[in-house]
Design a protein around this ligand. Structure first.
Ligand code: GLU
Length: 431
């Protein structure tokens, strides 16, 4: 059966009643479309991933039983270059989420102008329930299943929530065994000893800090003495906390999945890192008060708020209570479109995920370039180049926002989608 406007129909694999994070992304695309001029003819291409691979990942558990997990790799767009984006291991991973994350990678990579399309992967698993051996078997089997579509010139995975350098080393090794040659550039975020890049681990948090400094200058907020509240104390939130504290800011609250710690005078971040390394979470940190009501975190007054955990955390429910001047989205997709509007009305400046957390993939790009040339750069050089790219991207986005009188999110989408669709148009359709 044909429909009157098939090009506007939702892909049949989506549940129209619950689009999840992909629905959030579609709303963001609808907001940018009126600003794309003649390129809007191509916008439908952004509303459908290029390729979706769903895989079954069976492993033998340590007790001899067989367990099956659901895995994905979604290649959203490859108009500007090979797919690029992380792999997430989390019990709540869904296809809608991986689709949205892959699309945000397309926008992010174009926003900082690295020569990649957008992709993302995930396995629906709680890695805390697996032994190290089980985690290794899961990673290797998943890599084998997606090896059909990944490769240094095709699609390059990287770390994301609950994946790290070790997982990347297993992925690289599995791919090398399957292909019969060692291609270090097939994944980024690898250990330094295997072609990883200096500065990659800190890159996302460092990028958040760099754009935060630019945003603060625009809003007349001095970093020295600024009150900062952070949700998430992992690879992104933990590094951003250190950099803001080193620059004289007072980190007044940190929340992780176990609890919230608060200190009006500023948490001792070095001590908090030590505590987390020993205790596994921020809870029970002696240098702070524990905030028992998780939701009360959103009401804590700050100058800069950094959601650096998972998506859809800032919603129409808590946005009215948020008292801050600047939000730096360290996480992907932390703010719903309704919350975006509420906060914009309250004059909160939101630096969107697709700009604020682009430092990670930027240094992934440096790693990939270093792997191809087998010539490795110093950490100072990497940090200087990262700072330069993030500052430039912020300035370009800021001027589009001023010129078009739109939010920084819409401005980033305008800049990025224009780049993607220009590439799409000039390449033309095959065949
Ligand atoms: N997972 C990170 C992100 O969401 C980094 C991706 C990469 O380095 O490819 O941006």
């Amino acid at each position: 059966m044909t429909t009157a406007h098939p090009q506007h129909a939702l892909p049949s694999y989506l549940n129209p009643d619950d689009l999840g994070p992909w629905g959030v992304y579609l709303q963001q695309i609808d907001r940018v479309t009126p600003h794309l001029g003649a390129l809007s003819r191509w916008v439908e291409t952004l509303k459908r991933p290029k390729r979706i691979l769903t895989v079954d990942v069976p492993i033998e558990r340590d007790d001899g039983s067989i367990a099956h997990y659901e895995g994905y790799r979604v290649q959203h767009n490859m108009s500007r270059g090979p797919g690029k984006g992380g792999v997430r291991f989390h019990q709540d991973v869904t296809l809608s989420e991986v689709m949205a994350l892959s699309a945000w990678m397309t926008v992010k990579n174009a926003a900082v102008n690295v020569p990649y399309g957008g992709a993302k992967g995930g396995i629906r698993v709680d890695p805390k329930t697996l032994s190290r051996g089980e985690l290794q078997r899961l990673t290797r089997r998943y890599t084998s299943e997606i090896s059909l579509i990944i490769g240094p010139n095709k699609d390059i995975p990287a770390p994301d929530v609950n994946t790290n350098e070790q997982v990347m080393a297993w992925m690289m090794d599995s791919y090398a065994m399957i292909e019969g040659n060692l291609s270090t550039g097939v994944v980024t975020g690898k250990p330094i000893s295997l072609g990883g890049s200096l500065g990659r681990r800190e890159a996302t948090g460092r990028g958040v800090f760099v754009v935060g400094r630019e945003a603060a200058a625009q809003r007349g907020v001095a970093i020295d003495g600024a009150r900062v509240a952070i949700q998430g104390f992992g690879n992104v939130g933990g590094v951003a906390a250190t950099m803001f504290a080193d620059a004289g800011a007072r980190v007044v609250a940190v929340q992780d999945h176990t609890g919230t710690v608060v200190n009006e005078g500023g948490l001792d971040i070095a001590q908090l890192h030590k505590h987390v390394a020993e205790a596994g979470s921020v809870s029970g940190f002696p240098g702070a008060e524990a905030l028992l009501d998780r939701d009360a975190f959103w009401g804590i007054e700050s100058d800069i708020l950094i959601p650096a955990a998972l998506e859809q955390q800032i919603t129409a429910d808590n946005a009215p209570r948020i008292r801050t001047k600047i939000i730096l989205e360290g996480a992907n997709g932390p703010t719903t479109p309704e919350a975006d509007d509420i906060l914009t009305d309250k004059d909160v400046l939101i630096v969107p995920d697709v700009l604020a957390n682009a430092g990670g993939v930027t240094v992934s790009y440096f790693e990939w370039v270093q792997d191809f040339s087998s010539f490795f750069w110093s950490e100072d050089e990497i940090n200087a180049r990262l700072t330069h790219i993030m500052q430039d991207a912020f300035k370009s986005v800021w001027s589009v926002a001023q010129e078009k009188k739109v939010t920084l999110r819409t401005a980033t989408f305008i800049l990025a989608c224009t780049r993607v669709l220009q590439a799409r148009e000039v390449r033309g359709l095959y065949p």
